[in-house]
Design a protein around this ligand. Structure first.
Ligand SMILES: [Zn+2]
Length: 148
């Protein structure tokens, strides 16, 4: 089995971490340089040269998307344990900055929310028109009844 962070053989001392644990670590700033080496190696083979920040961003996005367990070799385990010790696990369990919703539907629904609002407004206007129309018609009948 290969380590999910550095890609080396996990071997003895490997441990499984949940996606939530990885995300918690990432949310408190866990940025293992070994994770970058994989990207950079791949990038090099395509003659790509991008700053580390870019690859960290890619990696963090990957961690946040991933919903499966992570198998970490002893070296990466030591890294993440050290990070969690320093930043506190309970702090890490807190939700993300809020820019990335867990459900994943929030940004896409913003336009949908506006559309729904407009539809509701139009439906309301039509309903109001119908009500006024009916009242007006009844008023005429009512008036003609009274005039008798
Ligand atoms: Zn590793």
């Amino acid at each position: 089995m290969a380590c999910d962070i550095c890609g080396s053989l996990s071997g003895a001392g490997a441990k499984r971490y949940s996606a939530a644990q990885l995300q918690a670590a990432v949310n408190t700033g866990y940025r293992p340089s070994v994770a970058l080496e994989q990207f950079q190696r791949l990038a090099k083979s395509f003659d790509l040269s991008l700053p580390d920040d870019y690859w960290y961003g890619e990696w963090v996005a990957q961690v946040r998307r991933d919903k499966t367990d992570w198998l970490l070799c002893w070296a990466c385990r030591a890294g993440i344990e050290h990070h969690l010790d320093e930043h506190g696990a309970e702090q890490g369990v807190m939700p993300t900055s809020g820019r990335e919703p867990i459900g994943g539907w929030e940004p896409a629904s913003r336009a949908g929310t506006i559309a729904l609002f407009v539809i509701a407004l139009l439906a309301g206007a039509v309903l109001l028109y119908v009500v006024i129309f009916i009242v007006w018609k009844n008023l005429e009948g009512l008036l003609s009844l009274l005039s008798l």
